[in-house]
Design a binder for this molecule. Structure first.
Ligand SMILES: [Zn+2]
Length: 330
């Protein structure tokens, strides 16, 4: 049997990572290059001439004299941690299929679990905001599941308290090869919430395949075609070729939740989903995830701890419009 190209890709070894991101100077240079790819640009007046205030690690605009930190206004803002640790967190969060718990991350970085949790959730927030747009196109397999609570990942009909209803959608090629994944929390499995999901997450040209759960007819509201493939129930349903990738993605998520995270706080479910989604959608090039996430991180506005602790969508008043359209699906 041919080796799976995704599973067996070389990725970035720990020693290769250390060579590229091992020192504070390297990490700082990467952050600066990601933030200002065409050279420094003053956030106030847009001028490109500057001097560096070395004692305070600031850029000073030659025109308006405003001093700017390269991490101000980004997800790294006001951090007391070396950027080197941030990059190590990025490495651990992105290079394994199952993610990493904050306890384990704390151990590896030599920081407390709370610090590791903050780091991780800020990075997940970057992933969430980055993948919020970009609707799926073409053939899309869609299914419903519940995340969290006891017996995580159970099928519909088990809407026990603590469980979060989640739509799983996988865009595939016409030959059925997986392209991209979307995982979205919904209020419930009713036509209205599926219609809302489809309008935000699916291109009107999508051809959606579902197992006929009634609410999925809601995708036609977004202009999508809808095909029902009856699968029956039980293990036979899970093997249905029409839903191969939806089932594979679900299997991976369940394994990661039970194996890595044990329990997920209900209010943080969207960020965990964003992490799976982000990794899945970039699985062909694990090494490139690090510079790509850095690029997105310097374009994500700061997320203080007090907002991080709230449920997604409650905080970030500056991004209220985005929050309404993205986080408040539930
Ligand atoms: Zn200026």
């Amino acid at each position: 049997m041919a080796r799976n190209a995704v599973q067996f890709q070389k990725g970035l070894s720990e020693s290769a990572f250390e060579q590229l991101y091992g020192t504070e100077e390297q990490c700082r240079a990467i952050v600066i290059a990601s933030r200002w790819p065409n050279g420094f640009e003053c956030p106030v007046c847009g001028a490109g001439q500057y001097s560096v205030v070395t004692t305070r690690d600031l850029y000073q605009c030659a025109k308006c004299r405003r001093q700017t930190s390269p991490i101000a206004g980004t997800i790294f803002a006001s951090t007391h941690l070396p950027l080197r640790l941030w990059f190590r967190a990025i490495y651990h969060l992105t290079q394994s299929k199952q993610g990493i718990s904050s306890v384990e991350l704390g151990r590896r970085l030599g920081v407390t679990q709370t610090t590791a949790w903050k780091l991780k959730h800020k990075l997940k927030q970057v992933m969430l905001e980055r993948d919020a747009t970009k609707p799926l196109t073409g053939r899309v397999e869609i299914d419903d599941t519940y995340i969290g609570g006891e017996g995580s990942g159970g099928k519909r009909g088990r809407g026990a308290p603590g469980k979060t209803p989640v739509v799983v959608a996988v865009e595939t090629t016409s030959e059925g090869k997986p392209v991209r994944l979307k995982l979205r929390r919904v209020t419930s499995f009713c036509a209205a919430s599926i219609s809302q999901f489809a309008k935000r997450s699916l291109d009107p040209n999508c051809s959606v395949v579902s197992d006929g759960l009634q609410c999925f007819a809601g995708v036609t509201d977004a202009g999508c075609a809808h095909q029902v493939v009856k699968t029956g129930s039980g293990p036979k349903a899970a093997r249905s070729p029409a839903f191969k990738w939806v089932n594979t993605a679900l299997g991976n998520i369940k394994a990661a939740i039970t194996g890595t995270y044990r329990a997920i706080n209900r209010k943080h479910v969207p960020r965990y989903l964003a992490e799976f989604e982000y990794r899945f959608n970039r699985r062909y090039d694990l090494a490139a995830i690090i510079p790509r996430l850095t690029w997105a991180a310097v374009r994500t506005t700061p997320m203080p701890y007090r907002l991080l602790k709230l449920a997604e969508g409650v905080g970030k008043p500056r991004d209220a419009r985005l929050a309404r359209s993205v986080y408040l699906i539930a």
